[in-house]
Each structure stands twice: as structure tokens, then as C-alpha cells.
Design a protein around this ligand. Sequence first.
Ligand code: ATP
Ligand code: MG
Length: 441
Amino acid sequence: MNISENAEKLINLLSDGGYKAYAVGGCVRDFLLGRPEQDVDITTSAKPEAVEEILKRNSVRAVETGLKHGTVTAVLNGEPYEITTFRKDGEYKDNRRPESVDFVDDVKEDLSRRDFTINAMAYNHKEGIVDLFGGQKDLEHKIIRAVGNADLRFKEDALRIMRALRFSAALCFDIEENTKKAIFNNMYLLEHIAKERIFTELKKLLVGDNAMQVLDEYKEVIGVIIPELRPTFACIQNNPWHIYNVYGHIIHAVDAAPKDEIIRLTMLLHDIGKPSVKTTDEKGIDHFKFHAPVGAEIAKTVLKRFKVSNEIYDKVTTLIYYHQGVENVDNIRIKRWLAKIGEDYTKALFQVRIADLYAHNPEKIDYEVKKLNSLLSELAETIAAGEAFKLSDLAVNGNDLLSLGYKGKEIGKKLNEILMLVVDDQLHNTKKDIMDYLNGE
Ligand code: ATP
Ligand code: MG
């Protein structure tokens, strides 16, 4: 194994000081998987004060990041490395993080507190890979397996349930039977876990190659963290456009979407409004009128609970609001959308609509998919050509209108009117053309 020179140097400094030290956790796993190198975390028998002392003696900058948990961050050549003392976790309360940690001398105890066998390996160049729980074998067989008694491990910290799903989705690994059983036995404990921590794992799950399979196999867990999705699980859509029930459609739409957190989160929630607006006509066909605006409101509740950033909140709810193509694809005017919601949202909206279509009856979608893809190309061309679609792109501004005698609110209203004419190619975006138009009114 070949860890970074910096990490190797830090490990050497610690062992020259008479301590044990290893690279540990995710970096060992990812190295064995041949995945691009991630941050190297170091674990050592040296207590935090001793780590600080050794770093100081060797003129390596140290930052006290989490002394209580035994972590010192060393900054070497501008790169941060977390160095954490071997520890075993103290008593767990409320299925959350431990109240305290105890430092220990043996790497074995440190490895045994880690969540999954594939995350519980350590490495240094003297000893090679320290693998006490069969992590390498599980990597080879593509298995997520809890270290020790799965049931107890999820009871200690229920976030591990989400982590298991996340690693299964990201690595395309199966979850071992006992671990899987323990997940279903303990999934309600997720209700006690900080929503932000759950959301961090959910985002990583959604962009995984195996997201659809995990969302399907573990939908009951998804129902615990997003109860608003539960009514979609058995919501049938008897409609020639559909071949799946609502949840089946949702997970196929996630799968069809680009691996972008916001787009995939939008797909997960896009039809959350359907069950509550479902109607069935006299021919037995199901309809879901206004499910998009209704769904956007439900999504607001979900996203607020996860305490997401304003960016995620605004974008996801806007995309859900507009995802239901009310206008015929032949009538979509890209510049109108650009004027209404801007470049970034418009692009995302068309990506959402394409992913949505792919999760419909495949016999029905060809024409619309083609049309939406050509609209995405048109969007790129419009941007590249520098065409006007926002007020600041106009060849006139508020002062020009002032000089013509417009006042106060009139100015903004008139500028918007001009923008709409320009966007619809009814007026050239030159100062002369616009002024002539205004003077001629
Ligand atoms: P990523 O590639 O996402 O960083 P990672 O495995 O490095 O994956 P981190 O959250 O960075 O995940 O955690 C680093 C290591 O700490 C893990 O590999 C695992 O050994 C341990 N760990 C993290 N969270 C837990 C937990 N909730 N319970 C037990 N061990 C954990
Ligand atoms: Mg990590």
C-alpha cells in the first residue's frame, strides 16, 4: 500500500517517538479498492499531548481540533491530517454519540469500535495491513458487515444504519444478512439521530451507483427518515404513461438523473404530492392534478426538518414546483424559462424533466426526451451567444427610462415588459431599437 508521503512522514515521527501509528479507516478501504486517494486519517497510541509535543519538536503545525475526542490536526505542506489517539467509546446514551471516550493502548480496541469491517482496517509500512475483522475478505466479496454484534452496534449509534445504506449505494456492495436484519430491527432509532447527520448520509446515498437498489430494498428505512414518502410506497398509478407505482417511478427517476445531489434529491421528492391529490376517472384512469405545487409544499416540510442550506431548499422546491410539464414540449420557449428562473435552475429543470420521463412507460417517451434534450442544447447555445434574458442584459437601464419621464415603480414594470419582448424576439436588444419603441408608444 502506498499512502501519501506526508502521512508516511507523520507515522514515522510518531513511531520514532516510541508510539504505534497507522493510517486507518476510509483511506485504507479506498486504497484497497483502487479508488482515488482521500484524506488519510491517522490513529496512534500517543495521547494528544504527546502528539502535540512530537509535532512541535519537528516543527509541524498542530491544530487542536477535538482534544476531548483525542484528535489533533497536523498541517504538513499545507495538507491537514487528523491524528486521533486509539480510543474506545464510552457509554452510549439515546443511540447517539458516546458521552465520553477512553484512550487505550491497543489498536485492536480502536478498530473494534469502528462501524463496518471494511472501515476497520489500519496500515503502516512496518506491519502492513492490520485486518482483525475480515475487512479484506468482505471487500473482495463486496459486503458491508458490522464489526461485532450488528444489533448492538446499531443500538449504540443508529446513524450507522444510514452509513450502511450509504456505503451499499456508493460501493455497490450488499449488506450482510445479520447486519441487514439488525437494520430493520433498529431503524426506528433513527428518529433520535440529528437530522443533519442523517441528511449528510442521505445525500451520499443518492449519488451512489447503486442508489435505486438501496432505495428499493431499504424503503422502510427511507420511510422512517422521510415519513411523507410512505403513502407513495403502495400508490398505484393506473395510467398508460406509467408502468410503476409512485415509489417505483420515484426510484427509477433517481436512477435516471445525473449524479448530482440536488437533482437526485429533487427526484426523490418530486412526486411526494401525488398520493394526496389522486383521483380516478370513470374509465378507471388515475390522475394527479396539481401534484407538483402540492409536492413542493410537502418537500418544504421535509427539507426544513433536515435543516438543509437555503440553496438546496430553494432549488429543490422550485424544481419540484415546476417539474410537471404543464405546457406542451413543442411550445416550450427556453428564453422564457431563462427569464423566469435563470440559467442554473432552467438547466436543472430540464435535467429533472428528462429523468422524470425516463421513469415513465418507455414506449411513450421518445419524442419528449428528444425535444427536451434539444432544448438543453438550445439553452447552451443561448448562453454561449450571450443572448439577453435578464434585466441586466438589456441595452437600456433605469436611467434611460427616467430620462424619458418614467417614474418609480413604472420603471421596473416597463423594463420587464421590454425584457419579455426581447426574449420573445419581438424587439431587438439595442438601445436605439428600444428607445424608438418607447418613444413610439
Ligand atoms: P468517506 O469516504 O465518506 O470519508 P469514511 O469511511 O472515511 O468514508 P468518515 O465519516 O470519514 O467515513 O469516518 C472515518 C472512519 O471513522 C470510518 O472509516 C470508520 O472507521 C469510523 N466511523 C465513522 N463514523 C462512525 C460511526 N458512526 N460509528 C463507528 N465508526 C465510525
Ligand atoms: Mg473520511
